[in-house]
Design a protein around this ligand. Sequence first.
Ligand code: 6GU
Length: 251
Amino acid sequence: MFSPIFSFVLNFTFAQLNQKIMRIDIITVLPEILESPLNFSIVKRARDKGLAEIIVHNLRDYSDDKHRRVDDYSFSKGAGMVMAIQPIEKAIEKLKSERNYDEIIYTTPDGKVFDQKTANILSMYNNIIILCGHYKGIDQRIRDHYITLEISIGDYVLTGGELAAAVITDSVVRILPGVLSDETSALTDSFQDNLLSPPVYTRPAVYKGMKVPDVLLSGNDKLIDDWKHNQSIERTKKLRPDLFRKYLREE
Ligand code: 6GU
């Protein structure tokens, strides 16, 4: 086997030659929140392999204000603080002057609800910006003139868009070509075909009287595949009838 350092260099070289590198620029007032989600596990591996470049920008660095302020009072009284145009415009303009972006995304509870299909589409892009919402939102003029896609991660309220940006980035990066091995292939993920995953088991085959289903110990691959598919169907029917209807429509 190759030494870890040599493997790293080899991986990196192949990544540079054969694979596109996706670049994700994240603009936020709280870069610290994004640190651990983007620096462990599969996202870290993708970055180390040179398959994804993820740059987190502190919005305050783009503020022309002497106190580095990024928010201001809303023109509608009592509506809370609003993220001001100036720093956001400066950050986006700087990035746009350096490369072309396929999508400029704003994370907001009133955006389109994120799903696997959107993740798949984003994973085909070269460069995206994710602007994290905060306070009572951003000045509408930024949304009107710069934002090309508004994404929510579900019908509940978060303190800011950073966790949503981490969710989007994780789901996109893990499906980039070359990130997962065959064994952990994204093609067998829940949701990739609108079905939930079947249950999984590991050793021991019996634990305190609780047994692994006999079929999994049979060694018969065809029987096992049929069982897994059947379990997926039954689970989806029971737990996610909405998803099951989508499966039947798109099958
Ligand atoms: Cl993207 N932002 C916030 N603040 N809350 C949310 C959300 C985003 N998606 C669901 N809730």
